[in-house]
Design a protein around this ligand. Structure first.
Ligand code: SF4
Length: 327
């Protein structure tokens, strides 16, 4: 049986805003096996980044707060760890790649010294050995060693993301969290960076949580997928099952709104409406105002999670036999 590296149970995270309390993540549960890549997919505001920040214990408090739940990493509940314990885990056992590498890079330090500093913070390396390892890491991500003495602004966006990857992998973390790592890049550079991440993940045997809104990226690198909507996971499946037999009306809507090479369609069908206001989520199923199958019961009853024969977990009343899907 595969070993679980990350297990999130009933996580709830709220933010206090002037408009009231926002449930950014609401009763979220999923797990990730060792060596696997899990895609966390959803529109902006679905709660993906808050989930990642919760794992890292970096939810800004205030205004954010983890109000309930458990996050097990290798069997240890991260939410019970003291700050200094978490500091040892962050960057060492769990590291993160951000959408904009400038967020994680110090603009006034050379990239080589930044990577070396991360290495020395977590491992007992001499300054000289850390500098050498930093150069090795740059080499590994396709950046010539002689550029170690340059500053972040001297690199292009794609190259900066490579530096971010080198830094994140420099302590050989067991879990890598990548938050929209290729979104800010040109399409061709995106493909190169994704290819590099895939290669290094295999080489380092790292488990990965990949946050994205792009199903193309998911198809490229993920083993499993969790689709998030309004702070909840609405569908969880392996990548093949999700792409061949999506179940949740929201997931189906996501697929209908991307171009297909196999089918000729006159127009794409975007999901009608927008994400609900998080301070005022609809009662019942939060997707009901946008769902083509919604019935009266969906406005009042919140769906449970149903596990189907093919292993998919889905949160929709259709699969509880309470709503018809029109077939
Ligand atoms: Fe649509 Fe109802 Fe299922 Fe929600 S519970 S996704 S509204 S059919």
């Amino acid at each position: 049986m595969s070993e679980t590296i990350l297990n999130i149970k009933s996580l709830k995270v709220e933010y206090n805003t002037q408009e009231g309390s926002v449930k950014a993540v609401d009763n979220l549960s999923f797990s990730l096996n060792k060596g696997e890549t899990l895609g966390l997919v959803g529109e902006t505001g679905a709660g993906k980044t808050t989930t990642a920040l919760s794992i890292m214990q970096l939810v800004p408090n205030p205004p954010g707060k983890i109000v309930d739940g458990e996050i097990y990493f290798n069997g240890i509940n991260l939410l019970n760890q003291k700050n200094d314990e978490m500091r040892k885990i962050r960057g060492n056992k769990i590291s993160m790649i951000f959408q904009d590498p400038m967020t994680s890079l110090n603009p006034v330090m050379t990239v080589g010294s930044q990577i070396a500093e991360t290495i020395m913070l977590h491992q007992k390396f001499s300054k000289k050995r850390a500098a050498e390892k930093a150069e090795e890491m740059l080499d590994l991500v396709g950046i010539p060693k002689n550029r170690a003495g340059e500053y972040p602004h001297q690199f292009s966006g794609g190259m900066r993301q490579r530096v971010g990857i080198a830094m994140a992998l420099s302590c050989n973390p067991e879990l890598l969290i990548s938050d929209e790592p290729t979104t800010a890049l040109d399409v061709t550079i995106q493909a190169q960076v994704l290819e590099l991440m895939k290669k290094l993940k295999e080489q380092f045997k790292t488990s990965m949580l990949l946050i994205t809104h792009d199903l193309g990226v998911v198809a490229e690198v993920c083993d499993k997928v969790a689709i998030m909507y309004a702070g909840k996971v609405v569908e969880f499946a392996d990548v093949h099952t999700l792409f061949t037999k999506p179940k949740h009306p929201y997931t189906k809507g996501l697929f209908n709104s991307i171009p297909s090479l196999d089918e000729e369609v006159d127009r794409l069908k975007p999901i009608k409406g927008t994400m609900p206001d998080p301070t005022n989520l609809p009662r019942g199923c939060s997707f009901h105002p946008r769902c083509p199958y919604a019935q009266e019961i969906c406005k009042v009853q919140e769906p449970d999670i149903t596990e189907l024969e093919d292993g998919t977990k889905v949160s929709c009343l259709i699969y509880q036999g309470l709503v018809s899907d029109g077939k």
